[in-house]
Design a protein around this ligand. Structure first.
Ligand code: HAM
Length: 435
């Protein structure tokens, strides 16, 4: 028996319906903030990701040579492709651009719960705005989107400038390595590495390590300035703090956030699900400048991506994901009724509720009826017992019903049975509540 590749998943209908319901809420909320959906190719030139994504990502890229010998890669993330697209297509559009995407990414990682080789990101990019309000919008939007999914989460916001000031005495490649240790919250590894390289000289690296540990504990801006002194980014960070406080966003400052990707330039932030274990990071993002690197203008950008699969795992741990269910009718015909099977089913399908069902934001707002046509040649008892497993109602049309122009509508949950005109049967099914 052939197995699916390691780190990938199959999704049965129940799973897909739950995923689509959550995706629908994310889309609705992103659209209400003025973000519009875009899409980029599943594969790109490898170079797009090696330029600035950073060592961590590049070692995980699914890279391959195409038939012409060009080096290609399945996208490990979508920010670089979006900025490539902006440089190719979007430069003359009115800025700032507000874009969102929902697509799969590929990383050659060691799979575990919440960590896959194919996974989905719901992300947004704000291109061409460089104010504290722009940073604030991105963080507030992230909070709004995570809130819309129903997941229980916390947000941590940081900025790379204080950390970079602490690391400044170290050579650039050492800084990059140290930031990767920070990203993994691996202080032991960092200490071993710094002791080995002795970058900054004796005493130098130890002092830096000490300050980095202190930086991890900083939770408010006063403490931060005391630790690292004044920096040019201070007014921007303070303005962002004021906006987020004014908007009542619940978050904490964390100036040890380093992010695993190399393109970030300023504010960085992460979201965590409260009920997940090791793979509890459900969102990551920040400010970056990639457009110029790809041959465009130096557009200031900021964005984030939600790890959609982790959100789904978190929700399933907490509750059943509510999906909007439509009533299901099995049309069962016999004798003269057989010719009426498809037209009767169509009458059920064509009916649509005039307005959204109560209960808010769904993927599809109109209630419809699902109509199945019985395709077997079994006896009526077998047909009925199959119908009871897959449908809410059976609409039976035999010789008598065909002659009278009626259907026998049986509620498969209660066993109640009535003889009705087709129109009335449709109305009756549409009226039925959730099962
Ligand atoms: P990232 O932190 O690498 O950022 O990924 C974003 C989110 O994707 C993570 O927080 C995590 O929830 C999810 N994720 C990452 N790897 C996996 C995996 N192997 N399996 C399941 N989920 C995973 C980015 O990709 C940036 N492009 C985000 C961004 C957008 N920055 C600016 N704009």
């Amino acid at each position: 028996m052939l197995q699916r590749p390691k780190g990938t998943r199959d999704f049965l209908p129940e799973e897909m319906e739950g995923r689509r319901a959550i995706e629908g809420r994310l889309r609705d909320h992103a659209r209400a903030w003025g973000y519009r959906e875009i899409a980029t190719p599943a594969f790109e030139h490898l170079e797009l990701f090696t330029v600035k994504s950073g060592e961590g990502i590049v070692s995980e890229v699914y890279a391959f040579e195409d038939k012409k010998g060009l080096r290609m890669a399945l996208r490990p993330e979508i920010t670089a492709p979006v900025l490539r697209m902006y440089v190719n297509e979007g430069r003359s559009l009115p800025k700032p651009l507000r874009w969102f995407y929902f697509a799969d990414c590929f990383r050659y990682e060691d799979p575990q719960k919440g960590r896959y080789r194919q996974f989905w990101q719901f992300g947004t990019e704000l291109i061409g705005a460089d104010t504290p309000e722009a940073s604030a919008e991105v963080i507030l939007l992230a909070g709004d989107l995570l809130g819309a999914t129903g997941v229980d989460f916390t947000l941590q916001v940081g900025h790379l400038a204080p950390m970079k000031k602490v690391l400044a005495p170290l050579p650039l490649e050492v800084q990059a390595r140290v930031m990767r240790f920070l990203d993994k919250r691996d202080f032991d590894g960092m200490e071993r590495y710094l002791a080995e390289t002795r970058a900054g000289g004796d005493g130098g690296w130890q002092a830096i390590l000490g300050t980095l540990r202190d930086l991890t504990a900083v939770r408010d801006l006063e403490e931060l300035w005391k630790l690292v002194g004044d920096i040019p980014e201070r007014p921007g960070i303070e303005a962002l703090d004021r906006i987020l406080a004014r908007e009542g966003l619940s978050f904490s400052w964390n100036f040890a956030i380093a992010r695993g990707l190399d393109y970030y330039t300023g504010m960085v932030f992460e979201g965590f699900a409260s009920n997940l274990g090791a793979e509890n990071q459900i969102l990551g993002g920040g400010e970056y400048r990639l457009a110029r690197l790809f041959g465009g203008d130096d557009a200031a950008s900021a964005g984030f991506a939600i790890g959609f699969d982790r959100v789904v795992v978190s929700l399933r741990n907490a509750q059943e994901i509510p999906v909007e269910r439509w009533p299901v009718v099995m049309v069962i015909t016999q004798g003269k009724g057989r010719e009426l099977a498809f037209s009767a089913a169509r009458a059920f399908r064509d009916a649509a509720s005039p307005e959204a069902p109560a209960g808010g934001i769904g993927y599809r707002r109109q209630k419809r009826i699902v109509a199945l046509v019985d395709l077997t040649e079994q006896n009526i008892n077998k047909k009925m017992s199959h119908a009871a497993k897959v449908a809410d109602f059976a609409a039976i049309i035999g010789d008598r019903e065909a002659a009278e122009g009626t259907v026998t509508l049986k509620d498969l949950h209660t066993g109640d049975q009535v003889s009705l005109s087709l129109d009335d049967a449709v109305t009756e099914v549409m009226k039925s509540g959730p099962r």
